[in-house]
Ligand binder design. Structure first.
Ligand code: ADP
Ligand code: ZN
Length: 712
């Protein structure tokens, strides 16, 4: 098997021009009959690694996948690309199973998806022996490891594959990269010599942003409103929160629903279906949502609360932008969440409280970071990012330092006068001179610093105090109701006039206002792209609905964007788009191209200049049966211009019968004249040389014919 064949299949079935770097090597490894272990992040392109060998090699690839809900989706996606795929799991009737088995024995299936239960069941083994299996692909291979978070006992029984079929290669794939899991997979599958491929876990298309947790709702509403029609998820810690956030968004006219384990399962699955099918753009959910779905066009993820560790955070934001198109993530951070987790972990008990707490601490450090966040994140996953990413809030808007000595003195001295007995909230209330009853009851209004920090908002103080904690000027006594304590360093500030640098709170609102002023209106070009994208998105939704498949299975957002940008109106151009294989061109090409043509007509009628539109309009009239002269009249342009459009279209592979306009004899005469001349030459030079025997437009068509032949 050769790479050339693999590349042809990649274009034919998936519409992609080239492999991503590691995919090629992996495919070659399998062609050579060797085992492989593939570690790639979500969206990295794992599936192609086994699908291409499966299609190109004789026989069938058995794919083991633990998520039954995803299996149908994956198989439908393959079928939509013209690939013979099927699945076997407990959801099928025995009649349906029988049909799949028959197809398998008749060599009509290239990819067979099975659940691990099915694979290890006694009745499947005879099938395996009879079928011509070319490859075993173990998806979500981390399920094999009892260390992992998704341990599946059936996975540990899969050693039999290598024992029974020693010559058939195995490829194991996962998005979990830790060393322990890796080793477990190799041992348990009995493939110690498998070649291991570790891709970078960076997801550069995800923007990273963290904001202080005040006035979250206001900010969420603004965020969502700026992303009309885009799918997104708001993750909340509590069920109640998911309901509240959803209802507040609904109150603002946003189509949002909540999702949590306390809801009846029918309601839950309806919400999930509506989200997958782009009927509901926003879901406010607890973190379980998104696990079993493969929706590639989630454009944003918001964390209403701090996730409990960086693994969870990365997994959750990773549900956005699987199609590789830009996606935004926003996390709100408040100290309160940290306290909630601490209580939760400590009350929960168990042996790994320490581990949980230290992971929480790393999460907190990330949230408070003043350097490129992606660097910290990747570093946590043992990867180094050389350059700052440029796509996180710290990179985009580096912190501004202020002299915070006086602020620090006020806060620390208040802590001292309050006898180190109060938490953050009370400290801020005292500094701001709040009239809360508890303050008077405790006589806190009598201390010298009462009201000394009135000019700062509550949120500002929270931000500064967090920094004082991080800088080691204050400590939280978790065992004393989170009371703030002074440290050795704080004495230097109080008594030795040590200066303190603090980062100024970024005033998001003021910033946004400023951004609005600076905001440049969209260029006309961009506006056209965006408008067309909306038209295409709507078409995609309608087609998806008719066919009962998720919209992203028709074309993903990356493909749709490229179509909107390049506006193809011929088969040749349409098939150039990444993500358009033969099957999809045949199935959807005309509908999408018609929509593009209608769009271009509408825009030009409105007086807009659309690049390339002149060819499209001529082509359209030609398809309607008008002659070149009629087209010229209708469009109010020269006939020779129309012919030059025809020549252009003909050259591009549009089916135009040029013999209607130039006979074979004339064509040959022109071609031999052209061939006797030294390029470059003009139309009129040829015309002159032929002494007016032929017309200008005939020469133009003959030249198109020649360059078309040259290209072929
Ligand atoms: P994973 O299984 O690793 O999460 P997928 O296999 O679903 O990732 O691939 C993620 C996305 O990238 C899909 O939209 C897929 O079609 C696309 N993709 C994969 N390989 C290529 C490639 N060589 N060129 C362009 N797009 C690709
Ligand atoms: Zn960065």
């Amino acid at each position: 098997m050769t790479l050339t064949l693999a590349k042809q299949a990649l274009k034919k079935y998936f519409g992609y021009d080239s492999f991503r770097p590691m995919q090629e090597e992996i495919v070659e490894t399998i062609y050579a009959g060797n085992d492989a272990l593939v570690l790639m992040p979500t969206g990295g392109g794992k599936s192609i690694c086994f699908q291409i060998p499966a299609i190109t090699m004789e026989g069938c690839c058995v794919v083991v996948s633990p998520l039954i809900s995803l299996m149908k989706d994956q198989v439908e996606g393959l079928i939509a690309n013209g690939i013979n795929a099927a699945y076997l799991n407990s959801s099928l009737s025995s009649l349906e199973q029988q049909a799949v088995e028959n197809d398998l024995f008749n060599n009509n299936i290239d990819l067979l998806y099975v659940s691990p239960e099915k694979l290890v069941s006694g009745d499947f083994f005879p099938l395996l022996q009879r079928a011509k299996v070319n490859l075993f692909a173990i998806d979500e291979a981390h399920c094999i490891s009892s260390w992992g978070h998704d341990f599946r006992p059936e996975y540990t029984k899969m050693k039999f594959i290598k024992q029974q079929f020693p010559t058939i290669p195995i490829i194991a794939l996962t998005a979990t990269a830790d060393k322990l899991t890796r080793k477990d997979i190799l041992t348990q599958m009995g493939i110690p010599d498998a070649k291991t491929f570790v891709a970078s876990f960076d997801r550069p298309n995800l923007s990273l942003e963290i904001r202080p947790g005040q006035k979250r709702m206001e900010q969420i509403i603004e965020f969502v409103k700026a992303r009309k029609n885009e799918s997104g998820i708001v993750y909340c810690l509590s069920r109640k929160n998911t309901e509240q956030v959803a209802s507040k968004l609904q109150g603002k006219g946003i189509k949002a629903m909540c999702y949590h384990a306390g809801m009846p399962s029918k309601v839950r699955s309806d919400v999930q279906e509506d989200f997958i099918n782009d009927r509901i753009p926003v879901v406010c959910a607890t973190v379980a949502f998104g696990m079993g779905i493969d929706k590639s066009n989630v454009r944003w993820v918001i964390h209403y609360n701090l996730p409990k560790n960086l693994e969870s955070y990365y997994q959750e934001i990773g549900r956005a932008g699987r199609d590789g198109v830009k996606a935004d993530t926003l996390m709100f951070y408040s100290y309160r969440d940290v306290m909630v987790y601490r209580d939760m972990f400590e009350e929960g008990g168990g042996d790994n409280v320490e581990v949980k707490l230290s992971k929480l601490e790393r999460m907190q450090q990330y949230a408070e970071a003043l350097i490129c966040r992606r660097k910290i994140l990747l570093n946590y996953f043992n990867e180094n990012l050389e350059e700052d990413c440029g796509n996180c809030d710290v990179c985009k808007d580096p912190p501004q330092y202020i002299n915070g000595t006086i602020l620090a003195q006020k806060a620390l001295s208040a802590v001292a006068r309050l006898r180190e007995s109060v938490g953050i909230r009370m400290l801020i209330d005292v500094l701001r001179g709040s009239g809360r009853r508890e303050i008077f009851q405790n006589g806190f209004d009598k201390i010298k610093t009462y009201g000394a920090g009135r000019e700062q908002s509550f949120g500002d103080w929270q931000y500064f105090i967090q920094q004082l904690i991080n800088l080691g000027f204050l400590e939280i006594a978790y065992d004393q109701k989170n009371a703030l304590k002074l440290t050795a360093a704080s004495r230097a500030v109080l008594f030795e006039k040590k200066t303190v640098q603090l980062v100024q709170l970024r005033d998001k609102k003021a910033e946004r206002e400023a951004a609005k002023i600076k905001f440049k209106p969209k260029s006309q070009k961009q506006q056209l792209i965006d408008d067309l994208f909306e038209v295409l998105r709507e078409l995609r939704r309608t087609l998806a609905q008719q066919q009962g498949v998720p919209p992203y299975l028709i074309f993903n957002d990356a493909t749709l964007t490229e179509i909107a940008e390049t506006r193809p109106t011929t088969d040749a151009d349409f098939s150039q788009i990444s993500g358009v294989g033969e099957r999809k061109l045949a199935r959807y090409g005309d509908q999408f191209m018609d929509a593009i043509i209608t769009f271009i007509k509408k825009k030009t009628d409105e007086g807009m200049r659309v690049t390339g539109s002149t060819y499209v309009l001529t082509h359209q009239l030609l398809k309607e049966g008008l002659s070149p002269t009629e087209i010229a009249k209708k469009r109010n342009i020269n006939a020779i211009t129309v012919f030059s459009h025809l020549a252009y279209l003909y050259e591009k592979g549009v089916d135009i019968d040029i013999h209607q306009y130039v006979s074979e004899a004339e064509l040959q005469a022109i071609l031999s004249t052209i061939n006797s001349m030294k390029p470059p030459f003009t139309l009129s030079e040829v015309h002159e040389k032929m002494k007016g025997q032929v017309e200008y437009h005939q020469i133009r068509l003959a030249m198109a014919h020649q360059s078309k032949i040259a290209k072929e």
